[in-house]
Design a protein around this ligand. Structure first.
Ligand SMILES: Cc1cc2nc3c(=O)[nH]c(=O)nc-3n(C[C@H](O)[C@H](O)[C@H](O)COP(=O)(O)O)c2cc1C
Length: 424
């Protein structure tokens, strides 16, 4: 059913319930329609006695990957994170049954934390018309439905708060024919700098430079999105500062040619990101942690051009920590077609390692071609990261976390419904 139709029917039933006095407000009626199973002991939890009473430490023999991790009031049963992945399966930003099954299955199969895809804080900040959004209160019930299911498995979930910047209003890479031309917003694509020189390629739009007032509006939109994420029950939010989207556009001198307080020096280029962090921190539940995803480099070291690179990323990570970021998620690239990235196993671990060493006290997630339990465990044992994220490995094997446990000899709990699989 298209999202709008669904909303109308939900609305009508909510009115009826309101009239009968069964509910006191209409805003989040979905719990009256969706039944989730009772909360189960976490799938992906080691079956051996692992955690101490306060959940912060574990038996020494347990591989690090299956030791709990705590940031603020969030404790993960293991250190396997599902990296955010755009699925181009929304309309007007609404999460659908697709997201419930897609994200829910990772939790059911033992991932410690599921990060939902880049979810736009403004409609024009979606990468494509099929991207998820959190730009209006009507989005909250659909998000909460996914959250409730993940929680029922004993899992945890966060959402990536995003603005696509100059890469907005592009076609979904699959099934572009689903969206008609009227569903794009080609003349409202924005960035720190505008004009044909800042167009990504001829499949993307020519961005327009944001005014200072508009920058303030986008910052406020991140704050409003954080409020909605909390209302939906998200355990954390991840601010998307990577992959050539708006925050990264500001950070990099390749895409930011401004001459006001948002451009020029590193301090000025980082100002937008730091103001976003500040606004999110002010608006998100103070007991819950905030993640930040950063591209640690524009990956153009082979060229003689000024870019955003690892030394600047270290400084920016320190500022982000000081501004209230609890966990940093280190990726790279995505801001220029001139980049050279070798997608070899663990190709981004060295960036994570450098930031973990140079910004003490800021836990780091490493991601990028990490495809086995042994590889993940080695990264943690080497002190290169605190958590491991994987994207494509989960698409291939939604059981990636449970498989990693088996590989490392951990007796991992399966969801009670899947109990029999432990002996297969
Ligand atoms: C289908 C797909 C969609 C993605 N969407 C996002 C996204 O929404 N946000 C983001 O930060 N990264 C996104 N990524 C990047 C992944 O999160 C991850 O950083 C990258 O795929 C490298 O990890 P991997 O080698 O484990 O796949 C996406 C990757 C894939 C394959």
């Amino acid at each position: 059913m298209p999202a709008t139709q669904h909303d109308q029917s939900v609305d009508a039933v909510a009115d009826a319930l309101l009239n009968k006095g069964h509910i006191s407000e209409k805003t989040f009626p979905q719990e009256h329609f969706h039944i989730v199973p009772p909360v189960a002991p976490g799938s992906g939890t080691p079956a051996v006695a692992a955690a101490t009473a306060d959940g912060t430490a574990a038996a020494p023999a347990l591989p690090l990957l299956f030791q709990p991790f705590t940031a603020k009031n969030l404790t993960l049963v293991n250190r396997v994170v599902v990296a955010p992945m755009c699925m181009y399966s929304s309309k007007d930003g609404f999460m659908t049954d697709y997201h419930l099954v897609h994200l829910g299955s990772f939790a059911l199969h033992g991932a410690g934390l599921v990060l939902a895809e880049a979810t736009a804080v403004e409609a024009r900040g979606r990468i494509s018309p099929g991207c998820a959004g959190i730009y209006k209160d009507d989005h909250i019930p659909g998000l909460k439905r996914v959250v409730d299911f993940v929680h029922s498995t004993g899992g945890k979930i966060g959402i990536q708060l995003a603005h696509a910047g100059r890469k907005a209003s592009s076609q979904p890479f699959h099934t572009p024919e689903v969206f008609g031309p009227e569903e794009y917003w080609n003349d409202q694509v924005v960035g720190p700098s505008g004009g044909p020189d800042f167009q990504w390629d001829d499949k993307h739009r020519i961005p327009r430079e944001l005014s200072v007032q508009e920058i303030q509006d986008v910052i406020k939109a991140f704050g409003a999105a954080a409020v909605r994420a909390d209302k939906a029950g998200m355990d954390t939010v991840e601010i998307h500062g990577a992959h050539g989207y708006l925050i990264h556009n500001f950070l990099s001198p390749i895409t930011n040619h401004r001459t006001d307080k948002y451009g020029g020096s590193l301090e000025n280029r980082a100002r937008f990101m730091l103001e976003v962090i500040d606004e999110v921190r002010k608006n998100f539940n103070p007991a819950k942690p905030i993640f930040l995803r950063l591209s640690a480099s524009d990956c153009v070291e082979h060229l003689d051009i000024t870019s955003f690179e690892i030394n600047q990323a270290v400084q920016v990570s320190q500022w982000a920590k000081d501004a209230g970021v609890d966990v940093i998620h280190i990726s790279s690239g995505g801001n220029t077609a001139l980049q050279k990235v070798s997608y070899s196993p663990g190709y981004q671990v060295h960036y994570a390692s450098r930031i973990r060493k140079d910004v003490p006290g800021l836990p780091v997630v490493s991601v990028g071609s990490i495809t086995s339990g042994k590889q993940a465990e080695e990264i943690l044992q080497n002190g290169d990261a605190d958590l491991i994220a994987a994207a494509r490995a989960f698409l291939k094997h939604p059981t990636f976390a449970l498989d990693a446990g088996r590989e490392l000899g951990v007796n991992v709990n399966y969801a009670p419904q899947y109990f029999a699989a432990r002996y297969a």
